[in-house]
Design a protein around this ligand. Structure first.
Ligand code: PHE
Ligand code: NA
Length: 447
């Protein structure tokens, strides 16, 4: 039945692709503004705890489901537990990845527009204090946001079109080392700025009061899921292209450590810059990298434009490698379900998700600035996925592996057989992760 199903060329290729999926807008755009809004170091500490207590066990669970199922996210659940309701977790995954990609492509489009504007010089020419207008004028337009969303999505579709080895694995082999290099150079430069001490203490010296705020915990769990690409089947889909004998724990550990390092180093790149220029604040919300950082680049002089070009290039590449994993969830599903070839599945899924993103692209001051439940369309989709479907998907996955599979199978699939670590993992996936997630869902629903 699986004859001819695609596979990764190497285990390293798989790990790089999984890191590529994990490292994205979540680590730079989202991580920086959520950290900025949630008070810095206290949030960071809770976030890192969530990553290791909830994120890592769930990631290993997703890897095990995919590798065992050897199918897309719905197919994998069906194969492991035929006729059981667990498959809802798979269906939710396809839906959530579709929804996320629809607005992810919009924000990535903004990033590409900024890259383009710094290269052509138009962003560098904006007057000091003018970046809020520059950004708001752009996202409030009726052509620009859609044009750049389409441009970005065309790249995503092109890569997925070439398949697991030649498209996804190959591009990640180039992107990941490049990302690490640019990030380290930029962070190193940031550390030489006057505000480095203040930036670092914002990031690493906790304000203990924040530990009493439930909203900080909710934000941390949401961010942990988003940043590790969990709860929507991307990691299940990627691991389904692994041969059955691959060992998973080291791969899961590697992805978690690299994603976390990437976020922290991104913080080291961003906050010293923010604190060096006294008139900007760290809690600027989603506009942090589009308004605050450009003000910072502006004040850096000529070097600022070069920094900006590298910065937006870095963010664009990180977004691209994540977006391809989001599209692959639907593509893999359609290939099996509809029996379509990859090319057909890629073009249809890619075009539909791009069109579904158009209302988001036009919702930020553009012609479709209506609100639903008080939220513009983009924010609505972001909220639905971040607060509800991602945690719910993650909970179903944890419960499925912890309780739906028998203990022996689950341990065998993860490769943690009989060890103390295996037992710890099992109880995290059975109790700690589901309870933690349930509590967050409760907070999100009732507050
Ligand atoms: N993990 C990605 C990021 O941090 C976002 C993402 C979520 C990608 C879900 C794939 C699946 O930006
Ligand atoms: Na991430």
């Amino acid at each position: 039945m699986n004859k001819g199903r695609e596979q990764w060329a190497t285990k390293m290729g798989f790990i790089l692709a999984a890191v590529g999926s994990a490292v994205g807008l979540g680590n730079i755009w989202r991580f920086s503004y959520v950290t900025g809004d949630s008070g810095g170091a206290a949030f960071l500490l809770i976030y890192v705890l969530c990553i290791f207590l909830v994120g890592l066990p769930v990631l290993l669970a997703e890897f095990s489901i995919g590798r065992r199922g050897q199918s897309d996210v719905v197919g994998s659940f069906n194969k492991i537990a035929p006729g059981k309701p667990w498959v809802i977790g798979g269906v939710l995954g396809v839906l959530t990845s579709f929804l996320i990609l629809s607005f992810y492509g919009v924000i990535a489009g903004w990033v590409v527009y900024f890259l383009y504007s710094y290269i052509t010089g138009s962003a560098g020419a904006v007057e000091e204090g003018g970046y809020a207008d520059f950004f708001l004028n752009f996202i409030g337009g009726s052509v620009g946001p859609v044009f750049w969303q389409f441009f970005f999505m065309a790249l995503v579709i092109a890569i997925v079109f070439f398949g697991v080895k030649k498209g996804i694995e190959f591009s990640n082999r180039i992107f990941m080392p490049l990302l690490a290099l640019i990030l380290i150079i930029l962070a190193g430069y940031s550390l030489t700025l006057d505000g480095a001490g203040e930036g670092l203490s914002f990031l690493f010296t906790p304000d203990w009061g924040a530990f009493g705020e439930p909203s900080v915990y909710a934000a941390a769990v949401g961010q942990a899921f988003f940043t590790l690409s969990l709860g929507m089947g991307a990691m299940i889909t990627y691991s389904s292209y692994l041969p059955k004998e691959t060992r998973l724990p080291s791969a899961a550990g590697g992805v978690v450590v690299l994603d976390t390092l990437f976020a922290i180093i991104a913080g080291i790149m961003i906050f010293p810059a923010v604190f060096t220029f006294a008139n900007v604040e760290p809690d600027a919300g989603p506009g942090l990298i589009f308004i605050v950082l450009p003000e910072v680049f502006n004040q850096m002089g000529t070097g600022g434009t070069i920094f900006a070009i590298f910065f937006f290039f870095l963010v664009a590449i990180a977004a691209l490698s994540s977006a391809i994993s989001l599209l692959e969830v639907s593509v893999s599903y359609l290939m099996r379900k509809m029996n379509w070839e990859r090319r057909k599945a890629t073009i249809i899924a890619g075009v539909v998700v791009t069109l579904f993103g158009v209302p988001s692209a036009l919702s930020q001051g553009g012609p479709l600035t209506f609100t639903v439940f008080d939220l513009p369309f983009l924010d609505l989709i972001d909220t639905i996925t971040d607060k509800y479907t991602l945690p719910l998907g993650g909970m179903i996955i944890a419960l499925f592996v912890g309780w739906g599979w028998n203990q022996v199978d689950a341990l065998k699939e993860t490769g943690l057989t009989d060890s103390v670590i295996g037992m710890i993992w099992l109880w995290f996936i059975r109790i700690v992760a589901p309870l933690g997630i349930a509590w967050i869902l409760f907070l999100n629903i009732f507050s």
